[in-house]
Design a binder for this molecule. Structure first.
Ligand code: NDP
Length: 447
């Protein structure tokens, strides 16, 4: 039998790679992991975690205003970006350390260097050629920057957490997750925000009733939207400001441009082509349901495979693979009923089929909605209505989709997702006694 330096060599210490390495080590495998940047990956270092902290920080802007209606005297309020930024980045450092500690405590050897594939079961890292029985590529994805003249004058979500100062004006190009989340953050922090969207659709693929509601609320708050607007070149002026020159002669001036137009798998320069692994045109590594490539010793999980670009999915894929390879417990990830949220202002959360998807897949569906003003908003005098929508299979009464926009909707939806995943019926929702007074009680009161 061949002797390898390692049983498992993981390239990329993000959510998927770290989980897979840790689980494999727990099964007794000799594991190494290579990371060229910081241990933790996109989610921890420049994604979900720092973003959510900024969302929380930005929300105080409205809470401080609303507090007055609840009898509080709030003195002159001011906001200091460096304080929030540095506290968030300090927490990122803490988590980075925690991830490293996890790897160390599981005796996973970490190489703080870029690793490449140099042959069958062989990697090159830190100038050393090493062999491994199995190799996992978990290198994630990076923000896409359009190929336009002057595009480099914009920043991406990689840089946005490190801004020296907040701009007066910001243009955010895109209508997806990151664009809507940063539109909310920047707007609450006092930046004049314009979202530039190439089509007439915000959050394509989401339940349209929710994205329409987000558009209405964000517009009312003061975010500007330019639909059907396609940037063609970016001009940087001598005073540092930027001008987006768009199709049909439209121009938009700004102080900061954030590209939020999707993410591309990080598969270049790994040596995949030489091994005969053909990536998709966008760079995604093709894998089967068990995350195996066409080579028996090579596997890939997470954003680099571009299945569902979500942290909990990468974690599951990495976990399933390690159990399969080293734990004598083969299983695959179930991609049905994956909940997700956009931490916009207010947030959206969703699980299962939209009304349109259900009509196509099932034919006859029943729709239940609750359109209400949350109690907190009523007293605060805020005319912001929440919207909850349940999609029910008319033939079986099973709830096949739940969609929500409003305060705390991601927190509420996580619990609803259990019911939808379990295949509960609308009648079972109705049999559940309301928890009063709450926003979530609307879920069992829709008739
Ligand atoms: P999204 O895929 O969510 O949105 C991309 C947006 O950019 C869409 O509006 C798209 O328009 C537009 N777009 C695409 N290409 C171009 C182009 N060339 N010019 C102009 N506009 C363009 O991408 P994000 O970057 O926001 O996020 C990437 C992924 O990361 C998400 O899909 C999600 O999976 C994950 N993510 C998850 C988060 C969460 O769970 N809360 C938070 C952040 C990211 P169109 O609709 O026309 O294609």
């Amino acid at each position: 039998m061949t002797n390898f330096d390692f049983d498992y060599f993981v390239i990329g210490a993000g959510s998927g790679g770290v989980r897979s390495a840790r689980i494999a080590a727990g099964h007794g495998a000799k594991v190494a992991i290579a990371e060229e940047y910081r241990v933790g990956g996109t989610c921890v270092i420049r994604g979900c975690v720092p973003k959510k902290l900024l969302v929380i920080g930005a929300h105080f802007a409205e809470d401080l205003v609303d507090a007055r209606r609840y009898g509080w005297t709030v003195g002159d309020k001011s906001f200091d970006w460096p304080t929030l930024r540095d506290n968030v980045l300090a927490d990122v450092d803490r988590l980075n350390g925690a991830y490293q500690t996890t790897l160390d405590s599981h005796k996973v050897q970490t190489f703080h260097a870029r690793a490449t594939l140099i042959g069958e079961n062989r990697v090159l890292v830190d100038g050393r050629e090493l062999t491994a029985r199995h190799v996992l590529v978990a290198t994630g994805a990076r923000p896409m920057v359009p190929n336009l003249p002057g595009a480099e004058h914009g920043i991406t979500s990689n840089e946005v957490f490190h801004l020296e100062a907040l701009p007066k004006r910001a243009v955010i190009c895109g209508g997806g997750y990151i664009a809507n989340e940063f539109a909310g953050i920047f707007h609450e922090l006092g930046v004049e925000v314009t979202q530039v969207i190439r089509s007439d659709k915000l959050l394509r693929g989401w339940e349209p009733a929710l994205s329409d509601r987000l558009l209405a609320i964000a517009t009312q708050k003061g975010v500007q939207f330019r639909f059907n607007t396609i940037p063609e070149r970016i001009e940087k002026r001598s005073d540092g400001s930027l001008v987006l020159h768009c199709a049909e002669g439209k121009t938009i001036e700004t102080d900061l441009l954030l590209w939020a137009v999707g993410r591309l798998p990080n598969s270049e320069g790994l040596g995949l082509e030489a091994l005969g692994v053909q990536c998709q045109p966008n760079g995604a590594i093709p894998v089967d349901a068990a995350s195996h490539t066409t080579l028996p010793w090579l596997h890939a999980v997470g954003d680099v495979t571009d299945r569902l670009q979500l942290t909990p999915i990468a974690i599951r894929e990495g976990h399933a693979l390690a159990d399969t390879l080293f734990g004598e417990n083969p299983w695959i990830v179930d991609y049905a009923h994956v909940p997700s949220a956009v931490f916009s202002h207010p947030p959206l959360a969703s699980v299962g089929m939209t009304e349109g998807e259900a009509r196509t897949a099932l034919g006859s569906v029943k729709i239940f909605t609750s359109d209400f003003r949350p109690m907190k908003a009523v007293l605060a005098g805020r005319n912001e209505r929440s919207l909850y929508k349940l999609v029910v299979d008319a033939a079986t009464d099973v709830v096949v989709g739940a969609h929500m926009i409003g305060p705390d909707s991601p927190e509420i939806l996580q619990a609803v997702a259990i019911a939808v995943k379990a295949g509960l019926t609308k009648a079972q929702f109705d049999q559940t006694v309301a928890l009063h007074p709450s926003m979530a009680e609307e879920l069992v009161l829709m008739r």
